[in-house]
Design a protein around this ligand. Structure first.
Ligand code: ATP
Length: 534
């Protein structure tokens, strides 16, 4: 598994993702998509939209406003209960999600170092002494507020992960030795035992509409796109004349005042969601829920995500949101461990009922068959565009050794790759080669996002394109355009990113050959034209 630092660094270097407001020191919880990033994320969203809206006749789209009537958030229950428990460290002032504190400690720098020390020979000989030495040495730097009192407990090793009960036991031993309060845990940042009792913190971001704050309307930046769909249920029903079951899909920004944003774009305060509210007859909801779980899981596989990095996780009864009958998460094995990629919930008729009650407008469906009005049930596949993009990047990242050199290659599915084709001149000082390559690129651009690049040697140019996941490079050389010795053969070389195989093909039918390659038919093309030998 690649570590996140490599992904962050590649994203910055190659123009996928930059830290927001970097020249002012950066805003930790926000990220900007650069020239390649915007193409890539747009591809994620476009494919989601194509597969879920255009290729289905039971779905329509919507693009609702981010700011909504404040009553929406009363009706939805967000104002009363959309919060996470948080705890703060009295020594260093950092805040943490109280329900994620164990993972945060497990992943902290000081704990990893502490754990390593515990597994070392000194600790095996005399654990008490080894811990004392650690506190006076490495611990002073990494966890300056680590309790000075010594350990009394019996620590069994080795530990396997944050869910290992022995790890939790170890934390309790540490906490006990520090006379920590009810949290019983130590600060992931400074090692202090002074963590406050968990308190709920609202995740809603407030804003004011109007020029004078005192008299302006206080509202919220939406924390999910879903509510825009529920409040438009009747509008869409009347305008589209859809029959149950049918869905409304939406892609858009959402905002949450997360306590601990982090892990690059995985958790931010501003992010994009891709949500479907699929309305069904009550009684058919459980079947539809299962169908959507299967369908959404298959979607990630369709675009090349490796199955071993995906899993489903059912929500426990006590974990279910107040509106949900059942929820299953699709989780991805991110560098920091298994984490949610998409949640698929059976929201029952909760939302339509609530909005009917608060707005006074009936949100019902007239069933022709039974001649009765019903309130549909709702299945909600809710994905994050940024999380999906991050997972696709992590999954595609490969390091290989080619002829003794490291090759970094993003093996992105062709439909996801930000650039589809790079046209490269073998010699940039040969006018005929350059002219032909530029013209070829301009022609290809009409169909695919293609770029021309002559700023380095061919080997370097290939490596650059590999690193950003460009599936095909087309090279124009001397033979293509003719020189004093031989006539032009009007052929170019196409190179496949993953196998680095090359075929030499005529320029005239290049567009139809590219059509085949973009459809994944490299083997067929290679069979006709033969693999080029170096
Ligand atoms: P988590 O448990 O990770 O906070 P959640 O269960 O609150 O997520 P949902 O309310 O189900 O998330 O939101 C649906 C999807 O929206 C998530 O699966 C995720 O892809 C995306 N998402 C939610 N919160 C964030 C965030 N802060 N940053 C980026 N994406 C997010």
């Amino acid at each position: 598994m690649v570590d996140m630092d490599k992904i962050v660094s590649l994203c910055k270097r190659r123009g996928f993702i930059f830290q927001s407001s970097e020249i002012y020191g950066g805003l930790g919880s926000a990220w900007d998509y650069g020239p390649l990033g915007v193409e890539f994320k747009n591809n994620v969203k476009r494919l989601w939209w194509r597969d879920n809206v255009h290729l289905r006749d039971d779905m329509v789209g919507l693009d609702a406003a981010i700011t909504m009537h404040p009553k929406v958030w009363e009706a939805s229950g967000h104002l009363a209960s959309f919060s996470d428990p948080f705890t703060g460290c009295a020594d260093c002032g950092r805040h943490y999600r109280a329900d994620q504190i164990i993972d945060a400690i497990w992943n902290s720098r000081w704990f990893r170092a502490f754990n390593k020390m515990l597994e070392g020979p000194a600790a095996k000989k005399d654990i008490q002494k080894a811990v004392e030495n650690w506190i006076q040495g490495e611990g002073k730097k990494l966890a300056p507020n680590f309790p000075q009192s010594t350990l009394s407990g019996n620590i069994r090793l080795p530990l396997e992960g944050a869910n290992d009960p022995r790890f939790i036991e170890l934390l309790r031993v540490l906490a006990h030795s520090s006379n920590s309060n009810v949290m019983g845990f130590l600060c992931p940042n400074c090692g202090s035992g002074k963590l406050s009792d968990p308190k709920p913190a609202s995740l809603m971001l407030e804003t004011f509409l109007g020029p004078v704050q005192e008299t302006a309307t206080k509202t919220y930046l939406r924390p999910e796109t879903a509510q825009g769909i529920f409040v438009n249920f009747d509008n869409v029903l009347q305008a589209s004349r859809k029959k149950l079951p049918f869905g409304i899909a939406q892609i858009g920004k959402a905002f949450r005042n997360e306590i601990t944003p982090g892990n690059f774009t995985f958790r931010t305060r501003e992010f994009e969601q891709m949500e479907i509210e699929f309305f069904v007859m009550p009684g058919t909801d459980e079947d539809w829920h299962q169908r959507w779980i299967d369908e959404r899981f298959a979607w990630y596989l369709k675009y090349g995500m490796r199955e071993e990095n995906l899993r489903l996780r059912e929500h426990e009864k006590d974990e279910l949101a107040h509106y949900a009958k059942r929820t299953a998460d699709i989780e991805y094995l991110f560098p920091m461990g298994w984490s949610e990629l998409e949640g698929i919930a059976n929201r029952t008729d909760f939302d339509l009922k609530q909005h009917s009650k608060f707005s006074g407008k009936a949100l019902e469906y007239f069933d022709e068959e039974s001649k009765q009005k019903v309130i549909p049930y709702v299945i909600e596949p809710s994905a994050g565009a940024d999380r999906a993009a991050l997972a696709f990047l992590v999954d595609a990242y490969h390091e290989e050794e080619v002829r003794g050199e490291k090759r970094v290659v993003l093996k992105l599915h062709r439909d996801l790759a930000p650039l589809k084709i790079a046209v490269l001149p073998l010699l940039k000082k040969n006018d005929r080669i350059v002219e032909t390559a530029k013209k070829l690129c301009a022609d290809l651009r009409k169909r695919w996002y293609a770029v021309y690049d002559d700023t380095a040697s061919i080997g370097r140019l290939y490596r650059r394109q590999d690193e950003v996941g460009t599936p095909f490079c087309v090279t124009v050389d001397v033979q293509t355009v003719s020189d004093d010795k031989s006539p032009a053969d009007e052929k170019v070389t196409i190179r496949d990113r993953d196998t680095m195989e090359q075929v030499r093909v005529s320029m005239a039918p290049l567009e139809s050959i590219m059509d085949e390659l973009m459809a994944g038919k490299w083997a067929e093309v290679a069979q006709v034209h033969g693999i080029k030998k170096d």
